[in-house]
Design a protein around this ligand. Structure first.
Ligand SMILES: O=P(O)(O)OC[C@H]1O[C@](O)(COP(=O)(O)O)[C@@H](O)[C@@H]1O
Ligand SMILES: [Mg+2]
Ligand SMILES: [Mg+2]
Length: 334
């Protein structure tokens, strides 16, 4: 049942919002609500760890590499442990796909009906320099019978099968932004009360924007259409903004209008970002907010993943801007 007619005022506590909006969910039986609460709780704990990292020896590298060959930061590992523990204890999740885990993590929760794909800490290169970072998550419902072993079909689902998705932004304030397919809402964390409160109702991205976000340091290895699009942004005197944390760049553009691009490069034929735990979640959010997400030719949410750490070129943001870069890509392929 669609509850969009139930308008909850700014300042509504997250818990109350989840309860009132529970009927939005297909199969509404409280499990997904509890899972969202588990994510919020783990987010508060990770927020505390981040804010005192410099004092608690949690800054710096952990000394190991993840499956992507990236140096794991201590907070990457801490966030991964905290979220995994929350899902294990919560009992709603049967398996996790995590950026920090090479393989699918089967939580052996026999009654778990949900699969989580998670980037426990996004923007790792910004951790030690006190720049905004985040967590990105996608929630799927398992397909195979509950209680049995988790199957590949349960995990390699398209973005269109997400039942919920969102991110937590750890920045000047900490925010949780999520959708269950009935619009996008944002909640700001009040540490002194230990609670998230509704601060951004029914978020909408402007149809066109004045900001483009891309790491131009790799300009020479971009395709011609991407180079041409950047030139057009400059001719339009748009603002170049690039924090280097996907969640933070995405959040700014969601509020102000803009486009974030991580394209294929000569080195990385599929770009850098991961379909299952970075792109699908943000694609669901941006579409629910009236924007678009593509790999240059196809809708991100219609891509069928083949492997859990699959990378895709990512173009996401205001509809007019994403349409224009898609148009240039198609002209080149014509
Ligand atoms: O330094 P680059 O190549 O511009 O990449 C930055 C991008 O990589 C990421 O840091 C990848 O995410 P992780 O930090 O979770 O690995 C994005 O947050 C960011 O947008
Ligand atoms: Mg990331
Ligand atoms: Mg990460």
């Amino acid at each position: 049942m669609d509850t969009s007619h139930i308008a909850l005022p700014v300042g509504t506590a997250l818990d109350r919002f989840i309860k009132r909006k529970q009927d939005d969910f297909p199969f509404a039986s409280g499990e997904l609500s509890q899972l969202l609460r588990d994510i919020a709780l783990a987010g508060k704990i990770v927020d505390r760890e981040i804010r005192r990292a410099g004092l608690s020896n949690l800054a710096g590298a952990f000394g190991t590499q993840n499956v992507q060959g990236e140096q794991q930061q201590k907070l990457d590992v801490v966030a991964n442990v905290r979220f995994t523990r929350a899902f294990k204890n919560g009992g709603e999740v049967c398996a996790i796909i995590s950026e920090e885990e090479e393989k699918i993590v089967d939580l052996a929760n026999p009654n778990g009906r949900y699969i989580i794909a998670i980037d426990p800490l996004d923007g790792s290169s910004n951790i030690d320099v006190n720049v905004s970072i985040g967590t990105i998550f996608s929630i799927y419902r398992r397909i195979s019978p509950v209680g049995g072993p988790v199957q590949e079909e349960d995990v390699l689902q398209r973005g269109t099968a997400q039942v919920a998705a969102g991110y937590i932004l750890f920045s000047s304030s900490t925010m949780l932004v999520y959708t269950t397919g009935n619009g996008v809402n944002g909640f700001t964390y009040e540490p002194s009360l230990g609670e998230f409160f509704l601060s951004h109702q029914n978020m909408r991205i402007p149809e066109d924007g004045g900001i483009y976000s891309i790491n131009e340091g790799s300009y020479h290895s971009f395709s011609e259409p991407v180079k041409q699009y950047i030139e057009e942004c400059k001719e339009r005197n748009l603002s170049a903004r690039y924090i280097g944390s996907l969640v933070a760049d995405f959040h700014r553009n969601l509020l102000k209008g803009g486009i974030y691009i991580y394209p294929a490069t000569k080195k990385d034929k599929n770009g850098k970002l991961r379909l299952m735990y970075e792109c699908n979640a943000l694609a669901f959010i941006v579409e629910q907010a009236g924007g678009k997400a593509t790999n240059g030719t196809e809708r991100i949410m219609e891509l069928t993943p083949e492997v859990i750490h699959e990378r895709v070129p990512f173009f996401v943001g205001s509809t007019k801007m994403v349409n224009r870069v898609k148009e240039l890509m198609q002209l080149q392929n014509a």
